[in-house]
Ligand binder design. Structure first.
Ligand code: ADP
Length: 192
């Protein structure tokens, strides 16, 4: 299986690049943010719980997030592989993901970390708010909070994958096709 962690701060382009990867490699795209938003829309109990955290730009607690992600992974029988987008966001999530994949006799193949500087992220998120209608994109204070949470709680997950020699940095500035090409090159290198 090809299992990719697509990593990066809010606004780095994880969703956009996931679409390209899904198309090329026929992988299953699992975005924890998308699953939470679907639950909000359908007014499920999970959605109600997640809402309080998402509205403030905080992380949904690990226990809830991990349980939800496990259920999503286990929905698929004999997949070619997964793109994990927005997960793991803490070391506890990374450990839980390794355990889950080990129980399926597989593992993470690579972490692709999209690197984009903060000023650019803020611009992109405010622009995205115009189309997405996402409340957490429209408010500068919530954006600041999400970036701070990323720096404090999520960025350390890079070290976890560096320890497994799976960390790959991808320059996330440039046009979308160029960035896709950088990702494809990184994947050719691991598959070679
Ligand atoms: P972005 O990457 O643009 O911040 P996402 O769609 O990935 O947006 O996530 C939106 C929100 O959903 C996050 O701010 C957080 O509240 C919640 N969320 C998504 N994934 C996770 C996760 N792995 N752990 C905890 N909370 C999460």
């Amino acid at each position: 299986m090809l299992n990719i962690v697509l990593f990066g701060p809010p606004g780095a382009g994880k969703g956009t690049q996931s679409e390209r990867l899904t198309e090329k490699f026929k992988l299953i795209h699992l975005s924890t943010g998308d699953v939470f938003r679907a639950n909000l829309k359908n007014e499920t109990a999970l959605g109600e719980l997640a809402r309080t955290y998402m509205d403030k730009g905080q992380l949904v607690p690990d226990e809830l997030t991990i349980e939800m992600l496990k259920a999503e992974v286990l929905k698929h029988s004999s997949p070619i592989g997964f793109i994990f987008d927005g997960f793991p966001r803490t070391n506890a999530q990374a450990i839980a993901l390794d355990d889950l994949l080990a129980s399926l006799n597989t593992e993470i193949s690579i972490m692709l970390a999209l690197e984009v500087e903060e000023e650019e992220l803020k611009k992109r998120l405010l622009a995205r708010a115009e189309q997405s209608g996402r409340a957490d994109d429209a408010d500068a204070a919530i954006i600041e909070n999400r970036i701070a949470v990323y720096n404090n709680e999520t960025a350390p997950v890079k070290t976890y994958y560096q320890g497994q020699n799976k960390f790959t940095s991808i320059q996330g500035i440039g046009n979308i096709d160029e960035i896709t090409q950088r990702i494809f090159t990184a994947l050719e290198n691991i598959q070679a």
